[in-house]
Design a protein around this ligand. Structure first.
Ligand code: 5GP
Length: 202
């Protein structure tokens, strides 16, 4: 059986990465599963150890790093995040594709280590829509929203290694587009591999 692929899904805060991933997995439970990352930030209300993250101290994070347990790590917003190899393997063993819902520095690092990883960037229909969503959350001031908007634009400059840009306007369309990408990527093969299988030679 062909092994699943590593699929990175990134995008600006508020674009609906979590919703798209949840919907994809609920509609196509055999297709893919997400991993649980390690973080040094504290759990938010309602978050559960081993479900949302593995919550670890800085020292514990350092030990995991020194033991070579991470596929990638990032320092962000004064906290640290990392994807464990064991989590990726856990999902691959289930015969599924692995979804990493991580930010872009991590995405680029995954691509360096796993060249056939697939990088998908989720976009809002427009910058204005993203801002409107933040406004409707009501948790941000006008100034914070302006800062957020310029952050989104600056962050986007790091999206160069990304290969697919999916607009999350209609959720079901976005989910189907991600599904199509994963299916098509699964059909990719290597010339030498095919030659060996069909003609028994290198
Ligand atoms: P939050 O603290 O809001 O859960 O996540 C903050 C950011 O860190 C989000 O963009 C999230 O996708 C990203 N993130 C979560 N886990 C990881 C990880 O293991 N590696 C990387 N590179 N980013 C992560």
């Amino acid at each position: 059986m062909k092994r699943g692929k590593v699929i990175v899904i990134s995008g600006p805060s508020g674009v609906g990465k979590g919703t798209v991933c949840r919907e994809l997995m609920s509609k196509y439970p055999d297709l893919a599963a997400t991993t649980v990352s390690v973080t040094t930030r504290a759990p938010r209300p309602g978050e559960i150890e081993g479900v949302h993250y593995y919550y670890r101290t800085n020292e514990e994070f350092d030990s995991l790093l020194a033991e070579g347990k991470f596929l990638e790590t990032v320092d962000k917003f004064t906290h640290r995040y990392g994807t464990l190899f064991s989590e990726v393997e856990r999902v691959l063993q289930m015969g599924k594709n692995v979804i990493l819902e991580i930010e872009m520095i991590g995405g680029a690092n995954v691509k360096k280590r796993i060249p056939d990883a697939v990088l998908i960037y989720l976009l809002p229909p427009s910058l204005k829509v993203l801002t409107d969503r933040l406004v409707s959350r009501g948790s941000e001031t006008e100034e914070q929203i302006r800062v957020r908007q310029s952050q989104v634009e600056k962050e986007f400059d790091q999206a160069e290694p990304y290969e697919y840009f999916v607009v999350n306007d209609d959720l079901s369309v976005a989910v189907e587009n991600v599904k199509t990408i994963i299916d098509a990527e699964g059909l990719k093969d290597d010339f030498r591999n095919v030659k060996k299988i069909y003609f028994g030679r290198d």
